[in-house]
Design a protein around this ligand. Structure first.
Ligand code: ADP
Ligand code: 5GP
Length: 191
């Protein structure tokens, strides 16, 4: 039987810089497979269907959820997000390591199902003020969406120490160095 793949979960409040850091991880660690989630949120400029997410309607999502297609799912900032059960089990059983971008509920559910086999890394902003600047600076969300994401961020930040590791994204290059050495250790069974 081949060795099971690793499960590495990146969890962070929206606007922290998670997508920016994950993009660099994907470029560097070619052996890490990316779990493409399903979502009911609108596609953003620059995003590609099937690459960033599979974009589906609420009706399609509910049908898939009720069929048991998701290993975990959650409502985040008013939209549904779900991880494909078939994709995850096939990859991990066949020895491929997977990288996930999940909210706190998704990370908690994966930890419940996979226990210590799933490693969750929390990315924290240096402060709420900096997080607000980043959310506004990104220019992809309306004022109402920014307010909702900031409120959610405050409660998510309280969970920071509940995960396996924390990386603070203050200076981007330093944060990436911290993250990449953690991921390298996890892949090599050193962490
Ligand atoms: P998330 O995926 O966590 O919602 P993004 O990666 O989209 O966040 O980052 C939010 C915004 O902050 C983007 O405009 C991004 O370029 C910027 N950003 C990310 N990390 C840093 C950093 N360390 N310093 C300054 N700006 C950053
Ligand atoms: P965004 O809309 O900014 O891409 O993502 C919003 C939030 O949803 C992020 O915190 C992201 O981690 C989370 N998310 C993305 N995919 C999934 C998923 O499949 N399951 C869960 N639980 N959260 C997800």
């Amino acid at each position: 039987m081949s060795k099971r793949g690793k499960i590495i979960i990146i969890v962070a409040p929206s606007g922290t810089g998670k997508s920016t850091l994950i993009k660099r991880l994907k470029e560097e660690f070619r052996e890490l497979h990316w779990s493409v989630s399903f979502t009911t949120r609108e596609i953003r400029p620059g995003e590609v269907d099937g690459k960033h997410y599979f974009y589906i309607s609420r009706e399609e999502f509910i049908k898939k959820r009720d069929q048991g297609d998701f290993i975990e799912w959650a409502e985040v900032h008013g939209n549904f997000y779900g991880t494909s059960l078939g994709f995850v089990s096939t990859k991990v059983d066949n020895g491929f390591s997977l990288l996930f971008d999940l909210d706190v509920q998704g990370a908690d559910n994966m930890k419940k199902q996979f226990g210590d086999e799933a490693k969750a890394i929390f990315i924290a902003p240096p402060s709420i003020e900096v997080l607000e600047e980043r959310l506004r600076g990104r220019g992809t969300d309306t004022e109402d969406v920014i307010k909702l994401r900031l409120e959610n961020a405050k409660s998510e930040l309280k969970r920071k120490d509940d995960y396996d590791f924390v990386v603070v994204n203050d200076k981007l290059d330093q944060a990436y160095q911290d993250l990449r050495s953690l991921v390298a250790d996890l892949l090599a069974d050193r962490a």
